[in-house]
Design a protein around this ligand. Structure first.
Ligand SMILES: *Cc1c(COP(=O)(O)O)cnc(C)c1O
Length: 396
């Protein structure tokens, strides 16, 4: 028996749900790439990205996914033999570091805990030890999509300042931009990277980089620059040069509409919506955890991401059985555990174009799965989510 036939729900942490108006904006004929409306759309999108990154710096749009944006960030500011410090939290900062290693950059990892946010004091201590300034850049993710942890980027900046260290501060905001505050200039972030398919409500296929003045200065002498990613080449006069070739036109039409939706709702309202929906998910998981078979991966409540929740399965509970039930029987696709949490967790995404019925529906289907599979759980998870939203979204 199945009750899955209806609109499928995608609750994985990227790609996320794309609004119909964004899809519709892409459904049209191609246009000229040298003159006309596309030139204006490029300017509007680059400006819109500045508003989302909260920077007066430059922004670049690549026909790539997040990994492309990672490579763009590294190659534009570093040289072979440079050393970078990767602040470990979960899977993704390590992945960015592995990419740097392939580029012949020396990577040092400041070890972290998969269940906790990065400790700014440990960052400060390591940087104070680097007396001759060997470390050229610090790589960190705001939200680690594997562990579900949200790092305090402003606090890490304060730690770098307290150590008086000159390294570039490079932040991956791929799973956080458009879901929680991000202040590129106010937090002294030199390079910010993100992708189109998570909080920004677009299809996969675009990578974005923000570059501040210190990064632009480092770019002048960076030895790893290659033509496709190169910021200077992309500042050329011709519209064609902005993309180092044919612009990804249809994705730009979609991005333009996604950014319009973002500003129409307002960034503050978007962050508040994510806080409320994440709170509803956390309220449900807290109840379910009372049965002893499930737990939050991130132990400290204030370190949990507003965009994705990683739920550990304990005592032999199979996360894939829960995921399969939700998908095959109920039509909701959850994320699986990845990296060190493969086979030990599942993930509930609540980022981007999501509202109360999507989250309550997802939580409801999960509670059906727990009951049908006889996974010991505290009942009333969905009720707790309802109570959370009723309190947070008062009438009138
Ligand atoms: C998804 C993700 C990436 C990788 O992005 P792709 O588009 O899959 O290349 C990198 N970092 C974080 C934090 C992510 O969530």
């Amino acid at each position: 028996m199945t009750v899955a036939h209806g609109r499928p729900f995608l609750a994985i942490p990227g790609p996320t749900n794309v609004p119909d108006s964004v899809l519709n904006a892409m459904h049209r004929a191609a246009v000229d790439i040298y003159t006309g409306e596309l030139v204006g759309i490029t300017d509007t999108c680059r400006d819109g990205l500045k508003k989302v990154f909260r920077t007066e710096g430059r922004t670049y749009i690549y026909a790539s996914n997040g990994h492309g944006a990672w490579e763009a960030a590294l190659t534009n500011v570093l040289s072979r033999g440079d050393t970078v410090l990767v602040l470990e939290s979960g899977r993704f900062a390590r992945g960015w570091g592995e990419m740097a290693e392939v580029l012949d950059v020396t990577v040092e990892v400041l070890p972290g805990d998969w269940r906790r946010a990065i400790d700014p004091a440990a960052v400060e201590a390591r940087l104070k030890d680097d007396r001759d300034g060997t470390i050229k850049a610090i790589l960190v993710v705001q939200v680690d999509t594997a562990s579900g942890v949200a790092n305090d980027i402003a606090a890490i900046r304060r730690a770098i300042d307290a150590a008086g260290h000159p390294a570039l501060f490079m932040v991956d905001a791929i799973a956080s931009l458009g879901t929680m505050p991000f202040e590129m200039d106010a937090w002294g972030i030199d390079v910010a990277v993100t992708g189109s398919q998570k909080g920004l409500m677009m299809t996969p296929g675009l990578g974005f980089v923000g570059a501040g003045p210190k990064a632009i200065a480092a770019h002048e002498s960076a030895g790893l620059r290659t033509h496709y990613w190169d910021w200077t080449a992309r500042e050329g006069e011709e519209h064609y040069q902005k993309y180092c070739g044919t612009p990804p036109e249809h994705m730009l039409f979609g991005l333009n509409e996604a950014l319009r939706l973002l500003f129409e709702e307002g960034l503050e309202a978007i962050f508040q919506r994510h806080r409320l929906l994440a709170g509803a998910v956390q309220a449900a998981v807290s109840e379910w955890a009372k049965g002893g078979a499930l737990d939050f991966n991130v132990s400290a409540p204030d370190e949990r991401s507003p965009s994705v929740t990683t739920v550990l399965t304990l005592n032999g509970t199979d996360p894939e059985a829960i995921r399969s039930y939700c998908e095959d029987r109920c039509g909701v696709t959850l994320g699986s555990g990845i990296g060190g949490l493969s086979g030990k967790a599942f993930r509930i995404a609540h980022m981007g174009y999501v509202n109360a019925p999507m989250i309550l529906g997802t939580l409801g289907a999960l509670e059906v799965a727990l009951k049908a599979l006889n996974v010991p759980h505290g009942t009333g998870g969905v009720q707790a989510a309802i109570d959370h939203l009723a309190a947070g979204v008062p009438a009138g």
